[in-house]
Design a protein around this ligand. Structure first.
Ligand code: PLP
Length: 390
């Protein structure tokens, strides 16, 4: 069975070129980059190159990049650092639609006496910047707001948000795990203090991420021990992963244009055909600025999990939202925050494309999906009623 993989916001295929770049650093060039000998030194040189490549994608300086194990670690490190730098400040601002990698640490901190404000979003998933302006105060240590939403693809106006945060003297962190490689960025002229990214969302392997920390922004490490990463993230470097991330970032820069033309055109075709062929569907966040690769579609009167199972039988791999919340029967917290009605939130499917997505794959989904939805509607009481009244 041919696999139609449209779950790239969960994880991506490692690009063959990225794999080739990292391959020698397992069995041949396995030295410790901190070692004094040439054997480790050559690995260090390659890590330096990877740092430059990662920084270049962000328009940042190499010394502003700290390699971590994943986006989750980067998010946790940023939030904890800000709270240590400002021990007297007890307020954190975030949003209701963040990934659990931000929401969970924030909610845990609220149990430890911190005041946490979770900003709401409107029906399209957009923030109200006046609400942000009203809640950030002198007690706010950090504002952590995602660049782009993993479920809907909705992109937040990060520079405007940063300008508001800066006026109040708080740190501004953005979880850009879904945005890096899809949206051009230039940290040199940005209001962002700290930014998280993750290798496995941009065709590098799992287990490597990075945290950008603007030069001059004080940082207190989360992981302490050795002097790796200029004492900002202890632990022997994941050399192969770092080298892979560097290559993946370089390639992401080269593919940025394609992401916003070819990938976007495929996404747009998929979306408009779904809306044309299937009654009672809505695109979650369809009226907002969105990532070029993502569409979240709500099918009324059907269960998302059931759709996924039937698509799975056809080799189509999509998702009912965040990979991290799947398995629970609760509808997505993102769609609930947007006020998507329960019957729609339950039947929402996310299709997320990549540069490896093809016209053929989109044709397959467009062919297989309408009968799947029809069949499921026939099986549900509300769905049957809807079909009868059509
Ligand atoms: N932030 C967002 C927006 C994500 O989509 C994800 C992963 O799905 C993460 C953070 C976590 O990244 P990682 O899997 O690298 O820990």
């Amino acid at each position: 069975m041919k696999v139609v993989y449209v779950d790239n916001n969960a994880t991506t295929k490692v690009d063959e070129a990225v794999f080739e770049e990292m391959r020698p650093y397992f069995c041949e060039l396995y030295g410790n980059p901190s070692s004094m000998h040439f054997f480790g030194g050559q690995v260090q040189k390659k890590i330096d190159e990877a740092r430059k490549r990662t920084a270049a994608l962000l328009g940042a300086l190499p010394e502003e990049i700290i390699f971590t194990a994943c986006g989750t670690e980067s998010n946790n490190a940023a939030i904890r650092s800000a709270l240590e730098i400002f021990p007297e400040k007890r307020h954190i601002v975030t949003t209701r639609v963040e990934h659990p990698a931000v929401l969970t640490p924030c909610r845990n901190l609220s149990k430890r006496g911190y005041r946490v404000t979770e900003l709401s979003v409107d029906g399209e998933g957009n923030l109200d910047l006046d609400e942000l302006r009203a809640v950030v105060d002198e007690d706010t240590a950090i504002v952590s707001i995602m660049y782009a939403n993993n479920e809907t693809g909705v992109v937040f106006p990060i520079e405007e948000i940063g300008a508001i945060v800066k006026e109040k003297g708080a740190f501004f962190h953005t979880d850009a795990v879904q945005a890096v490689g899809k949206i051009p960025m230039n940290m040199a002229s940005s209001t962002v203090d700290m930014l998280s990214l993750s290798g496995h969302k941009l065709h590098a392997p799992k287990g490597i991420g990075a945290l950008y920390v603007r030069k001059g922004v004080p940082f207190r490490p989360f992981m302490v021990g050795g002097h790796q990463e200029r004492s900002r993230r202890a632990g022997t470097e994941n050399a192969a992963g770092i080298i892979a991330l560097g290559k993946a970032c370089e390639m992401a820069g080269d593919f940025l244009e394609e992401e916003n033309t070819k990938v976007k055109a495929l996404r747009d075709r998929l979306e408009s055909e779904i809306v044309r062929l299937i009654p009672n569907v809505r695109v979650n966040g369809g009226g907002a600025v969105r990532l070029p690769n993502t569409t979240s579609v709500a099918f009324e009167f059907v269960e998302g999990e059931a759709i996924l199972l039937l698509l799975n039988e056809k080799g189509i791999c999509a998702s009912s939202g965040s990979a991290c919340t799947s398995g629970s029967l609760e509808p997505s917290h993102v769609l609930r925050a947007m006020g998507v009605p329960f019957t729609c939130a339950h039947g929402s499917i996310r299709f997320s494309l990549s540069r490896f997505s093809t016209d053929d794959q989109i044709d397959t989904i467009i062919r297989e999906l309408p009968p799947v939805i029809h069949r499921l509607r026939e099986m549900s009481p509300f769905g049957r009623e809807f079909l009868q009244n059509k």
